[in-house]
Design a protein around this ligand. Structure first.
Ligand SMILES: [Zn+2]
Length: 317
């Protein structure tokens, strides 16, 4: 059940908050400049009324008006981050911008569903329940108008500028945004949920580790004053650094879980590793965990620690 929570604001941003489940919150910030404003991701479909009210309360009008909502800026293209794109674009005339790698997920929700939830179609059947879980929180497909890359800067006027930072790992392409005038760092899922009943998942283990290193270095280098993350809300730099450290331990734990499954028999199937890691770490056995386990097997293979035999069996080297 999606529950609306009270919003919050500071000098340059306003945040709408919702809870997706009992333990998973979702926070959607709007960054306000003198010339234009930007919403960072658009949450889930039922948030539209709340997002619209947040903009109205802040006096944010249509794109093209002073301070208007010129931009929908995406950190990444998961369904719970693009769910109000059509409603927001229709209401405000905003441009939709984000990493180009997943452009198709914005235009074709059938492709979004299959590539996200059914990357191993033999192991994850196409069911009405799974379709509903992925698709029901999306409004309508809207293409990306602008493809963004790390280093790109969106200037909102009055000194408010959002600089795109590489934050890959959770997905194969993801951005964070550093607001330069206040040194506020906006994250999507660059640091994943670590304590959820499901594995939030990451798709590139080495890239996830590199992103954690990059964010850790960025904090003092750019004198970051606050961090606003999609599922964690507002954090101090110290809280963020502690979370980064916890994320490293979590990645190591998942890797140890995968290695332990590989050590349990001479050859192990992807399905066995998936089931075993979910059981040993006490998480729901579902598609995100499968995607993550595959990423870890690919990472171990690239490091020469395991080998793929045939289509989907693995053995330690
Ligand atoms: Zn995500």
């Amino acid at each position: 059940m999606i529950r609306i929570m009270p919003g919050s604001f500071d000098s340059i941003s306003r945040v709408a908050s919702t809870s997706l489940t009992d333990v998973i919150a979702l926070h959607v910030p709007i960054v306000v400049g003198r010339r234009a404003s930007a919403i960072i991701d658009t949450g889930v479909k039922p948030m539209f009324t709340q997002l619209r009210a947040l903009a109205d309360d802040a006096g944010i009008g249509r794109a093209g008006t002073p301070g208007g909502l010129q931009w929908i800026l995406h950190t990444h293209s998961h369904h719970d981050h693009i769910g109000c794109n059509a409603q927001m674009q229709d209401a405000f005339g905003s441009l939709i911008a984000g990493p180009g790698y997943y452009a198709a997920w914005h235009e074709d929700f059938e492709q979004h569903y299959h590539e996200f939830a059914r990357s191993c179609p033999d192991l994850v059947p196409d069911t009405p329940e799974l379709r509903a879980e992925v698709l029901d929180i999306l409004d309508q497909p809207r293409p990306l108008d602008v493809h963004l890359s790390p280093g790109d800067v969106i200037d909102l006027g009055g000194g408010v500028q959002l600089e795109a930072i590489d934050a890959r790992g959770h997905m194969l392409a993801e951005l964070a945004y550093l607001e330069r005038s206040t040194a506020t760092l906006f994250l999507g899922d660059a640091i994943t949920g670590l304590d959820w009943p499901i594995f939030h998942s990451h798709l590139d283990v080495a890239a996830y580790r590199a992103t954690l290193d990059r964010l850790e270095a960025l904090m003092p280098a750019r004198k970051v004053t606050a961090v606003q993350a999609a599922h964690y809300g507002r954090m101090t730099p110290a809280e963020t650094l502690a979370l980064i450290e916890r994320a490293r331990v979590y990645i190591d734990d998942v890797e140890a879980g995968v290695l332990s499954e590989l050590a349990g028999a001479r050859r192990v199937s992807l399905e066995q590793v998936w089931t075993g890691v979910c059981t040993s770490m006490g998480r729901v056995r579902e598609f995100r965990a499968l995607n993550m386990v595959r990423a870890h097997l690919a990472d171990l293979e690239a490091r020469g620690l395991c080998r793929l035999i045939g289509r989907s069996e693995y053995e330690l080297r």
